[in-house]
Design a protein around this ligand. Structure first.
Ligand code: DLL
Length: 436
């Protein structure tokens, strides 16, 4: 099975546009009637639902932000009656209040379909064994892929995160074909296999469905080599549904956004003006078929680019690039914009010497921003010889300067000393916020 839903995934683009236009018009009428926040936002600019006739009218509509969801905590922006909501998820984010999302039965079904489509993109079918090591609970990763795998008819292993030695045992004994988890956890599992003396050849793994956090192409190569699999990038966010908003196909050259359900735009990060395909900016989504928590022009804060170049896989949906960073995890150090992903790329280019485990500490000393990066040296290049370690440190500092344009202090640490994560990795602490 090459596609889960060929009709939707390979729809002629003119036909797709017609479907998107119909869905958008219905959505706007629906939220105007059922969500006070949207009614107020539209009334404020004198926009009526009847003004939205085609997907080309989308830029007339107001944006939605995470703050809107927080202000309505917990259920203020839901469009369905509470009795029609069958599932709640929530994400914590960096600041206090949870962002709560709700799904009707149809929403859960559409979301499961997105995850089933994603698993098929990664070569899975009903005969596959799918090991889900994303966390189960309020986080959307575990249950999202779980429902998708079941919908596909695969044998689904709800391992959830944690107890890594047991994960390795289950992967081996149940002959899992696919591993679903964060890319950082995939590396953790690879480390654990090494420790346990389990070779990749003893597993039956073919694909990894990795997402929920940014990761570089170099990290993909490392995971592919260490686990002997093809590593696919899956993207999503709770507000829009969860995992499976977009997914790599076998070409691995950008993630197809399931455009019959989610309409993507890229907007200029400062002016918020829509950008043509190819432009780099903030990704914005409109949910085209959601009932519980439909969102109009939701600002994801993720920075990426879109392309509508045809893809060899036959899917017609546009593709999104890697997420280059977020508008809000972007660090501004001495006036220079720095994304943790840029630092990761430098480490990956030095992967013969250092493991992709690092921790960034930003501070302000005597009014000047400082950045220190703790980097784990790998077993092979770890040495007691001070000179050797100093040379490596200098090289990394030089490479970092070339990549990010500022001087960072590198502190090399021994193998296996930085904390590992079973879910999304936390790699940055900004002490300037608490010292201000
Ligand atoms: O992380 C949903 C998910 C679960 C996606 C499992 C993929 C796999 P949230 O917790 O709401 O939802 O976090 C969403 O995570 O806005 C991105 O910044 C980041 N993110 C998610 N997938 C990727 C990815 C889930 N493939 C936020 N690459 C998003 C880079 C990603 N960043």
């Amino acid at each position: 099975m090459k596609y889960y839903n060929k009709k939707m995934e390979c729809m002629d683009r003119a036909e797709l546009k017609k479907l998107q236009s119909e869905r958008l018009a219905a959505l706007v009428a629906y939220v105007y009637k059922n969500v006070a926040v949207y009614r107020a936002k539209m009334d404020a600019i004198g926009l009526l639902p009847s003004d939205i006739r085609s997907i080309d009218d989308i830029s007339k509509l107001p944006f939605t932000t995470k703050q809107d969801l927080r202000d309505g905590y917990p259920f203020g922006m839901f469009a369905s009656k509470k009795r029609d909501i069958v599932r709640i998820h929530a994400s914590s984010g960096t600041t206090g209040k949870l962002t709560v999302v709700g799904y009707t039965k149809r929403d859960v079904d559409d979301w499961a379909e997105c995850c089933a489509r994603s698993l098929v993109c990664a070569g899975m079918d009903k005969n596959s064994v799918v090991h889900v090591a994303y966390g189960y609970g309020l986080f959307t990763g575990g249950l999202g892929l779980h429902y998708g795998a079941e919908k596909l008819g695969a044998m689904t292993v709800p391992a959830s995160g944690g107890n890594t030695a047991r994960q390795v045992q289950l992967l081996r004994d149940f002959r899992a074909d696919a591993l679903c988890c964060t890319p950082s956890y995939a590396l953790y599992i690879a480390d654990e296999m090494e420790k346990m003396g389990v070779k990749k050849e003893e597993l039956n793994l073919k694909s990894g469905i990795f997402g929920a956090e940014p990761w570089s192409d170099n990290m993909r190569v490392e995971i592919e080599n260490r686990l002997g699999i093809k590593a696919y990038d899956i993207y999503g966010l709770s507000e829009i549904s969860g995992p499976g908003v977009a997914m790599d196909c076998a070409e691995q050259s950008g993630k197809h956004i399931f455009e019959d359900l989610f309409f993507p735009e890229i907007v200029d990060r400062d002016t918020l003006a829509p950008l043509p395909y190819g432009g780099e900016g903030e990704l914005v989504f409109t949910t085209l078929n959601k009932q519980g928590l439909p969102l109009i022009r939701y600002r994801t804060r993720d920075i990426c680019a879109l392309t509508d170049e045809p893809c060899k896989c036959g899917r017609t949906h546009v593709r999104m690039s890697k997420v280059f960073g977020r508008t809000d995890d972007m660090l501004i150090i001495r006036g220079v914009n720095v994304f943790p992903s840029q630092i990761e790329s430098v480490l990956m280019n030095n992967d013969q010497a250092v493991a992709p485990h690092y921790f960034i500490t930003v501070d302000r000393v005597n009014m000047i921003d400082t950045i220190e990066i703790q980097i784990e040296v790998n077993e092979k290049s770890f040495s007691d010889e001070v000179k050797k370690m100093e040379a490596l440190q200098k090289k990394l500092e030089h490479d970092l300067f070339t990549a990010i344009g500022i001087n960072a202090v590198v502190k090399l640490v021994s193998p296996n000393t930085l904390p590992r994560s079973e879910g999304k990795a936390k790699r940055v602490t900004d002490l300037r916020k608490s010292n201000r």
